[in-house]
Design a protein around this ligand. Structure first.
Ligand SMILES: Nc1ncnc2c1ncn2[C@@H]1O[C@H](COP(=O)(O)OP(=O)(O)OP(=O)(O)O)[C@@H](O)[C@H]1O
Ligand SMILES: [Mg+2]
Length: 463
């Protein structure tokens, strides 16, 4: 028997929910305050908590925190007032499965409860450290596992999600994953790039237009929002929306209806909004370039996709994935990276994130003649602050007093010089030209030193 705990300080609300739930075949218990609720969660077998957010003494958000401490897997639904989307944001961040807005729609409550309960039986991805791909997203770093977990929890709800992060981090993949978990595979997923078109054209793309709405509108056109009905509209680069479209979008989200350009009839839609941006939207809100009310509507659940340099652990998996993909595409038999190539990649900070890694591997597979990708086949952009720091630290290590007393200044300096030159060559894939630039010495002088220290590139080694 599934038991649902109802927490609300208002008796009428507790009664209303209890009757509704028991009609649905659940067993229920209720608490008039959060303290009692905590006790029940500790002592009884509870399968789901539904709690109001505004309560005297301990409020719903604090209760959520306490419940998650006791049992982090226990699904929690928050009841929020329609007027306070900020509370919903906080609740979702705190680990609530979903929120229900007042006034209730009975059907909505039922469906949210059922999906919360069924989500509970799926094993959370964080348990298996082996997990490598999730809805086509590769990764097993703790950062990505957290994201998979969040996608799993919010995917099944209808909450609007704002995905943010640097370019190339995989925001679009995350959006698709969220959509594909939202239930019916048949539901439409309509991507809309907010920066692609001038405002007036974009408006008619979004909302459609009637025949003769403007010069050139020879036939009526259905807008993307209408196509997304009962599914997901993916608003990519939402930070680029003009003020006018922002206002119109806000209205659609609030009213769930709109008019076509030039039209008089209202069109009703039920669309979940997933948006993505590589801008700092909160800052845009502060600068008044993005509407605050719209921000709260689209960012009910904010989801940050971290840059690749913050989850280097995913690099080998991604490399493997892209190697297979492009070997097949180019009909080649490239199987791996040389361990030195891998080292070079692990040291790189990927300003273009996963997309850049993908391009590096694609190019590598295309130009590599052997089965193993050697460093020469990797094309990295040249600004690599991290390595510079590392070589300085290593140089420091070479230059300690012990060495100095044993070997004398000349030898130590030579070792440091050699180390810097080797690093510069590695960073530039053994382009002496670029290495000289990096070291700020002449090409001629670099060539001389390379000979002097007998430095070889990997393909000459042994020769
Ligand atoms: N975790 C991942 N696993 C597999 N492929 C990935 C992953 N992350 C990104 N990619 C691939 O990298 C490329 C860029 O991803 P995507 O288009 O989702 O990035 P984005 O964050 O939307 O970038 P932008 O802000 O520039 O639009 C795509 O080809 C995508 O398939
Ligand atoms: Mg994108």
């Amino acid at each position: 028997m599934t038991t649902i705990l109802v927490v609300d300080d208002e008796l009428s609300m507790r009664e209303f929910l209890t009757i509704l739930l028991e009609k649905e075949g659940f067993s229920t218990c209720s608490a008039a305050d959060a303290k009692t609720a905590v006790k029940l969660v500790q002592d009884e077998k509870i399968d789901l908590v539904i709690s109001d957010i505004r309560m005297p003494d301990m409020n719903g958000l604090e209760l959520l925190e306490r419940v998650k401490e006791i049992n982090s897997a226990l699904p929690f639904l928050m009841i929020t007032a329609y007027a306070s989307p900020e509370d919903a944001v906080t609740a979702m961040k705190g680990g609530a499965y979903d929120y229900i807005t007042k006034p209730f729609k009975v059907e909505e409550i039922k469906s949210v409860i059922h999906s919360a309960l069924s989500a509970r039986t799926d094993s959370p991805p964080s348990v298996s450290g082996e997990l490598k791909t999730f809805c086509g997203i590769i990764g097993n770093s703790p950062e990505m596992l957290k994201i998979f977990d969040l996608i799993k929890r919010v995917g099944k709800t209808q909450a609007n999600v704002l995905i943010y992060g640097e370019s190339g981090t995989g925001k679009e993949l995350v959006a698709k994953a969220l959509h594909s978990l939202s239930g019916d595979e048949e539901r439409p997923f309509i991507p809309i790039t907010c920066s692609a078109l001038p405002e007036t054209l974009f408006e008619s793309e979004l909302f459609g237009h009637v025949k003769g709405a403007f010069t050139g509108a020879l036939a009526a056109k259905t807008g993307l929002f209408e196509l997304a009905n009962n599914g997901t509209a993916f608003l990519d680069e939402i930070g680029d929306l003009t003020p006018l479209i922002q206002t119109k979008l806000l209205r659609v989200i609030q009213e769930r209806e709109f008019k076509q350009v030039g039209g008089t009839e209202t069109v009703k839609v039920n669309v979940r909004i997933i948006s993505a941006t590589n801008k700092d939207l909160e800052k845009e809100v502060m600068n008044n370039t993005f509407r605050e009310d719209l921000f709260y509507r689209v960012a009910v659940v904010p989801l940050r996709v971290p840059p690749l340099r913050e989850r280097k652990g995913d690099v080998p998996l991604l490399v493997d994935h892209f190697l297979k993909m492009y070997s097949k595409k180019f009909n080649k038999t490239v199987q791996a990276l040389s361990s030195y190539s891998m080292e070079v990649l692990m040291d790189y900070d990927f300003p273009g994130n996963v997309r850049e890694l993908e391009n590096i591997i694609e190019r590598g597979v295309a130009i590599e003649g052997s089965n193993i990708i050697l460093p020469e086949s990797l094309t990295l952009s040249i600004h690599r602050k991290k390595q510079k720091k590392r070589s300085t630290a290593e140089a420091q290590q070479l230059f300690n007093e012990e060495h100095l007393s044993k070997d004398g200044l000349e030898d130590v300096m030579a070792r440091i010089e050699k180390k810097f030159i080797e690093d510069a060559l590695r960073k530039t894939n053994y382009s002496k030209m670029r290495a000289a630039e990096l070291l700020k010495i002449s090409f001629r002088s670099l060539r001389y030193k390379v000979q002097k220290y007998n430095i070889t590139s990997p393909d000459q080694s042994g020769g």
